[in-house]
Write a protein that binds this ligand. Structure first.
Ligand code: ATR
Length: 277
């Protein structure tokens, strides 16, 4: 049976084995998918061991996404732009890397939540790896504005400039700090890509960034109403979502990349969904 795994540290909470088992059952694919915790200094060794035992591919999660890019012999353009990979596929000595996080996010917003990005104003909170990974697919979805706001304003501006240097986001993408938000009005979509939800800290956002039709999207999942989502609800945001759909959509993209069959995602999202409030 073909073997796959998700590798991270820690890995205990991962829903990926269940998601891929549901996909395999629904598409009639015979495969095994497990979760492997690699030591912080042992990503490459762990992948090598898995490959030597016949592994065909892995998903990669925190904190190894950058290392996954460096490990591969062939890196997709979007993974290179993201500076990170979340999926590897093995073929003999060859190893391909790709990043499906951003396309998963866009698919969840546009297809599942039916919230268009084209022609809309999008606010990205955070300028770390999670934000960077989502920028190119978000830009490709055609927003009129994509503003990156970050605790460290300089880091957000640097990220926007790095994309401009790659020829991406001219006239659309810009970055700054929380103080820049008050003057910018309400956004159609506000995405939380900071790691603040993991520490239960609210962000210093002016309530005016949320309007009645705003979709507030937290990339984390399974944490119920995060401080960010509570903040958005209290400020009047019309629609709240956590990152479960993004997780399932990126898994489906990975599954299709490995197996050549794209599973249906909505039944899996429904099965795993935990009510937000
Ligand atoms: P990840 O890979 O999850 O994106 P990261 O690269 O370490 O992790 O980035 C974390 C992001 O969350 C950064 O944008 C960080 O802001 P700074 O660049 O200013 O450090 C943001 N972040 C983390 N904790 C935060 C907090 N308590 N309040 C606001 N932003 C926070």
């Amino acid at each position: 049976m073909d073997r796959y795994a998700v590798i991270g540290h820690p890995i205990g909470h991962s829903k990926s084995p269940l998601i891929h088992a549901l996909f395999a059952a629904a598409t009639g694919q015979a495969l095994e998918y497990t979760a492997i915790e690699a030591p912080l200094d042992g990503f490459a060794a762990t992948v090598n061991t898995f490959r030597a035992a016949g592994g065909r591919g892995v998903n990669v999660t925190v904190p190894f996404k950058l290392e996954a890019c460096a490990y591969a012999t062939e890196v997709s353009e979007r993974a290179r732009i993201a500076g990170a990979a979340n999926a590897l596929a093995f073929d003999g000595t060859h190893c391909r890397a790709d990043n499906f996080d951003g396309v998963g996010l866009v698919r969840d917003i546009v297809t599942n939540l039916r919230h268009p990005i084209a022609g809309k104003r999008v606010l990205m909170l955070g300028a770390g790896g999670a934000a960077r990974g989502a920028l190119q697919p978000l830009l490709a979805a055609g927003p009129t504005e994509l503003f990156i706001a970050n605790r460290s304003a300089a880091k957000a501006a640097e990220l926007a400039n790095a994309f401009h240097a790659l020829g991406l986001g001219a006239g659309v993408l810009a970055g700054g700090g929380w103080d820049d938000l008050a003057a910018r009005g309400a956004y159609d979509i506000v995405i939380n890509a900071t790691s603040a939800s993991l520490t239960a800290e609210p962000l210093p956002l002016p309530p005016g960034v949320f309007g009645h039709d705003t979709l507030a999207y937290d990339m984390v999942y399974g944490k119920g109403l995060t401080p960010f989502l509570r903040q958005a609800r209290d400020a009047g945001a019309g629609r709240l979502a956590d990152g479960l759909g993004m997780l399932v959509e990126q898994a489906a993209e990975t599954f299709a990349w490995w197996r050549g069959v794209r599973p249906t995602t909505l039944p899996v999202i429904e099965r795993l969904r935990v009510p937000l409030a």
